[in-house]
Write a protein that binds this ligand. Structure first.
Ligand code: PRX
Length: 695
């Protein structure tokens, strides 16, 4: 029973760092002591060998208040760690903004007048400081035995060669470059090479289909597309060049558009069918051109508000949105969040398993770590290849100190059994991270107890593509954790929970999660569609950035993301977040994973349809169904009990692990012939399996 594992309070807290302790050993919050009666919480003993930046909630509260009351002083101090070719103006506010759509336009500016370069700060700055020999990227290939280590000097040389190639193709400041590559060092280097010369990179996840890639290429019209011949993910061969070729064909047919150059890294580990696809005049082989380039390249000094990159993300409606981030604010915010949230110290080895095709890969694989001169691991494969112990084996191999992954991966590995974890020591780990979706308490506990052996804090980081970097997260060791809560806002982040009329609610409550003021990492616009930017984020509640998530604040001021508000189900007038029901189902000992959607219901308006993947050892039965229903009745209320429980062997997911509810909704509603675009599914066979089973 979860309850019996709760209230784990470690006795050896460092009293000096927790100056005011509640009777239960937890530090007092600024306004109230930790109310542990409803919420289970965990205090991790601080290992004194770590020199922490923030050691208590009191220290955090004081820094947080400074960041809100004196934002200029606060951010100016942090921004000074970077090299600015020309200082931003300090005679005027560091940030200018308008969040009120009634007084359009919406805009945000930080560090105006400052000139810098993100690549220079991520590479040259460290090399100049004598750290060129430090390992920057530790690369692990899909198959065992494939690896490489690049130092900061290596990365700088390689990046300059790519920059020089782009310059030779007349790519100049403001031009777009599309990058469609697997997780090999050439991907972050390609991003940095663009940043160096002021080109805007648009990385497209290498799991997207030709159709999806074509749409993204046509939206931003890149001068160059950088790709790779082919690669392996697990035992699957992905013919990337074939997909690019099809996509570029579609671009030609649809809008008569073709990038001038397609640069193809020929993967030496995988055979490809390049002969049939090579297009004379368009395609160039990486290995033929990049090594000939000079290893020194000029730096384009960028104004703080110049665009750094764009990244497509899905909106609740319409085609993907090209979220645009700018140089100064993104650089400072991504680096500072990395430093504090992962408590980065020299000698640490950081591993974020995200793909660079997503924002997490931009911020916590490429920019955040390199701006902090970190050593980081990048891995080309999947968590279960060749078996479910691969992550833990890589952690031991590289002595990873901080490991950051997604709840989906955690649940997948949890259902494979503890023996895969326990085979490896994981002794180098000091902290764990979770990102991208709500982590249900059962997965949290498994991650905490089995992976982290109860000694590693879990930083559950909430943010979005649009926010640039983490917005809500624990600072490790600084305050007690509650499984499933991202806890408190990062410096400079003013959260507001508002009701349906846009009125801010105070104290413990639940509401729409909004952000009141600007933080440096906020996206500035949607590519060539500022109107949609204003519409999507600033017109739901005037004066606020609307996140699209629901959220609860508890007695301790901790924030609990309840899920997307677009996934809310209304049953008999009761609002139920799919995330809430899923969390209960997920906590059932027989459940490996669950997803719920709303279905029309004659009496209640909407009913709940649950898709449940059982643990290996469990088998479907009427008793089990009743036991699942009972746990929902018990945890939320009878109104939340699913109408239908459909036992399935897997859930339809994107390659980044997001459950595709759109498809589940259609299946639940019996619209089998109209499932829509299935191209971004990680494993399309899941759909057949679901359709072949009866609820
Ligand atoms: O619903 C929230 C969920 O993911 C959304 C943002 O998705 P994306 O832009 O793809 O960025 C993912 C990487 C940050 C959010 O609106 N989400 C993200 N992190 C968490 C989360 N939900 C709960 N807890 C989190 N830690």
């Amino acid at each position: 029973k979860l309850e019996t594992r709760l209230k784990i309070i470690f006795s050896h807290l460092n009293a000096a760092s927790f100056s005011s302790l509640s009777p239960f050993g937890a530090p007092c919050s600024q306004t109230s002591t930790l109310q542990h009666k409803d919420d289970d919480y965990v205090v991790i003993p601080r290992n004194l060998k770590y020199s922490l930046r923030v050691t208590s909630r009191e220290q955090y509260a004081s820094m947080y208040m400074d960041s809100i009351r004196e934002p200029d002083m606060f951010w100016n101090k942090l921004a000074k760690d970077f090299f600015w070719k020309k200082e931003y103006a300090t005679s005027q506010p560091l940030c200018k903004f308008n969040f009120d759509a009634r007084k359009s336009p919406i805009f945000v500016e930080w560090f105006r007048g400052g000139y810098t370069n993100v690549c220079y700060n991520a590479l040259d700055r460290h090399v100049i400081a004598g750290r060129g020999g430090q390992p920057a990227l530790l690369w692990e290939g899909n198959d065992l035995g494939q690896d490489s280590c690049s130092t900061y000097q290596d990365l700088l040389n390689y990046t300059c060669q790519i920059s020089n190639f782009l310059l030779s193709k007349n790519v100049v400041k403001g031009d777009r470059v599309c990058i469609y590559m697997p997780m090999i060092p050439e991907l972050p280097c390609g991003m940095l090479a663009c940043a160096r010369i002021g080109a805007i990179h648009s990385v497209v996840f290498a799991g997207f289909s030709a159709e999806a890639l074509a749409g993204r290429i046509l939206d931003c019209c890149p001068k160059v597309v950088i790709t790779c011949s082919a690669f392996k993910r697990g035992n699957k061969l992905v013919d990337l060049m074939g997909i690019v070729d099809t996509a570029l064909q579609l671009c030609l047919e649809r809008e008569n558009f073709s990038p001038e150059t397609c640069l193809i890294y020929e993967n030496p580990r995988v055979a490809s069918n390049k002969d049939t696809l090579w297009k004379e005049g368009r395609d160039l082989r990486w290995q033929d051109v990049i090594p000939c380039m000079d290893k020194k390249a000029p730096v384009e000094w960028m104004e703080a508000e110049d665009p750094l990159f764009m990244l497509y993300t899905s909106g609740s409606t319409g085609k993907p949105k090209g979220v645009v981030h700018t140089v100064g604010g993104y650089m400072v915010y991504s680096a500072v969040t990395f430093k504090y949230i992962f408590d980065h110290q020299p000698g640490d080895v950081f591993w974020c398993t995200a793909d660079c095709g997503w924002i997490t890969g931009h911020t916590y694989v490429t920019y955040g770590p390199l701006l902090n001169c970190a050593t980081c691991v990048i891995y080309e494969g999947i968590p279960t290849w060749p078996d479910a112990g691969r992550y833990w084996q890589i952690i031991d191999k590289f002595n990873v100190t901080a490991f950051h992954t997604a709840p989906t991966a955690i649940r997948t590995l949890e259902s494979s059994g503890d023996e895969f974890v326990k085979k490896h020591s994981r002794k180098s780990l000091k902290l764990l991270g979770s990102v991208g979706e709500p982590i249900n308490p059962k997965a949290w506990w498994w991650y905490f107890e089995v992976v982290g052996e109860k000694r590693c804090p879990i930083v559950d980081t909430w943010w979005q593509t649009e926010t640039g970097a983490t917005m809500i997260s624990p600072l490790p060791w600084a305050w007690p954790l509650k499984p499933g809560s991202a806890t408190l806002p990062f410096f400079g982040v003013q959260l507001a929970l508002v009701d349906e009329n846009g009125n801010e609610k105070h104290g413990p409550c639940e509401g729409f999660l909004c952000i009141k003021g600007p933080w440096p990492g906020i996206a500035r616009t949607l590519y060539q569609n500022h109107e949609r930017y204003e519409e999507s984020y600033f017109k739901t509640f005037y004066g606020y950035y609307t996140t699209g998530d629901g959220c609860r604040r508890d007695d301790d001021g901790y924030y609990w993301i309840t899920g997307r508000i677009d996934d809310v189900i209304n049953v008999s007038g009761h609002r139920i977040s799919t995330g809430e029901v899923e969390s209960v189902l997920n906590a059932h000992p027989a459940c490996a994973e669950a997803a719920v959607v709303g279905i029309p219901h004659k009496v209640k308006g909407q009913g709940i349809y649950a898709f449940v993947v059982l643990m290996k050892e469990a088998s479907a039965s009427e008793e089990l169904r009743i036991s699942f229903l009972q746990s929902v009745r018990k945890e939320i209320g009878s109104f939340a009990a699913p109408e239908i429980i459909h036992w399935v062997t897997g859930l339809p997911k994107t390659r980044s692990g997001k459950v595709m509810r759109r498809i589940l909704r259609k299946i639940a509603c019996g619209e089998f012939d109209n499932l829509g675009d299935l191209s971004s599914l990680a494993d399309p066979s899941v759909i057949d399996d679901i359709l072949n089973t009866k609820p």
